[in-house]
Design a protein around this ligand. Structure first.
Ligand code: PHE
Length: 346
């Protein structure tokens, strides 16, 4: 065995391994190179094995050369391994990078419908006067919508309300129910007055906003679905002055301290006396709704003694009010669900 030759060969193996290690692009590839160089069947292992039987003078020379090669190769592999690990880490971070400069996805913020908004503001003012909210069904019986409100069958006032009747096979009419039980879509929120007085003892101060229905031909100011806000106060000793004061107070809070109201005689079967409520708005009187003192016949229908209790009620149309307030020229805009319209209201 020629020590010189083998030493050179070891140097060559080391040089080749260094080249291959540097050329390895992945940790797996580097491990493969490492296996080739140090593996049991590698040339280096063969040389190491032959060391035992080498002549005495060659042994130390070869031993030194192998030791040096081992040291060099180990440092080369360790170095390259660190490089590749760092590279892999960088690639991973790059791949998982979050770009904070990307514009976020906008959340669409909902807005209150102008009708809802008017109702909310309305209620807010009456909450301040001690009122609470009451609700009633939109599908009503003849009794609550008309009968208990002092409009028995054949009462002429009924023709003022173009009622939409619900055809459900007519069964309810023949069930021996004592009350008139014809089913209809409520034409006003006044039936809630009856439901409240039936279920709660006075004194009562309630507000009932809600949807109403009438068989109307659709045009710029008429729509078969619309909203009203009903108010009802029942207490001892209430007078028309309390009604007027309440409406004036409300109108001032809603439209501004200089707002004026007008009450003109009107007729409703369920209030006596009755009045039409109007407010001065941009140079003309704007009709807001009807009102009056609860008719004794209504108290009797719900079993309250009209000598002991007095009350007032009012019903205000929401859409026309909202139209005036926001300068909307067509009631149909409220129900078209056109976002260009709806987005104008906060
Ligand atoms: N319900 C009546 C209407 O819709 C309005 C009203 C309510 C009048 C309460 C008097 C009292 O025309």
């Amino acid at each position: 065995m020629n020590a010189q030759q083998v030493t050179e060969e070891i140097a060559e193996i080391a040089a080749r391994a260094e080249k291959h290690a540097d050329a390895s692009e992945t940790l797996d590839a580097l491990r493969a190179v490492q296996g080739e160089v140090f593996g049991r069947k590698s040339r280096l292992s063969e040389i190491k094995k032959s060391l035992g039987s080498a002549p005495g003078d060659v042994k130390p020379v070869l031993g030194k050369a192998i030791g040096a090669a081992n040291k060099r190769l180990n440092s080369i592999f360790a170095h390259r391994k660190a490089e590749l690990e760092e590279q892999a880490e960088t690639e991973m971070l790059e791949a998982e990078r979050v770009d904070f400069s990307l514009p976020g996805r906008r959340h669409q913020r909902g807005r209150r419908h102008p009708v809802t908004r008017v109702i909310d503001e309305f209620c807010e003012i009456f909450f301040g006067m001690g009122y609470t909210i009451a609700e009633g069904p939109e599908v009503e019986t003849d009794f609550y919508n008309f009968g208990a409100l002092n409009m028995p069958k054949n009462h002429p006032a009924r023709s003022d309300y173009d009622t939409l009747y619900v055809d459900h096979g007519g069964a309810a009419v023949d069930h021996g129910v004592a009350r008139e039980s014809e089913v209809l879509l409520r034409t006003h929120t006044s039936p809630v007055q009856i439901r409240v007085m039936e279920s709660l003892p006075p004194p009562l101060y309630i507000l009932a906003p809600g949807r109403c229905f009438r068989q109307d031909t659709v045009d710029a100011t008429h729509f078969p679905t619309f909203h009203q806000i009903e108010g009802l106060a029942v207490d001892r000793g209430l007078t028309f002055g309390d009604l007027a004061g309440t409406l004036e107070q409300f109108t001032r809070q809603f439209l501004g301290a200089s707002a004026k109201i007008r009450l003109r005689p009107d007729f409703f079967p369920f209030t006596e006396p009755s009045a039409e409520l109007a407010t001065w708005w941009e140079g003309r009187w704007l009709e807001l709704g009807g009102c009056g003192m609860v008719d004794p016949a209504v108290f009797e229908a719900v079993g309250l003694d009209p000598e002991e209790w007095q009350g007032f009620a009012f019903g205000i149309g929401v859409e026309r009010f909202a139209m005036t307030r926001y300068g909307i020229d067509d009631i149909r805009h409220f129900y078209r669900n056109d976002l260009r319209f709806l987005e104008q209201f906060l």
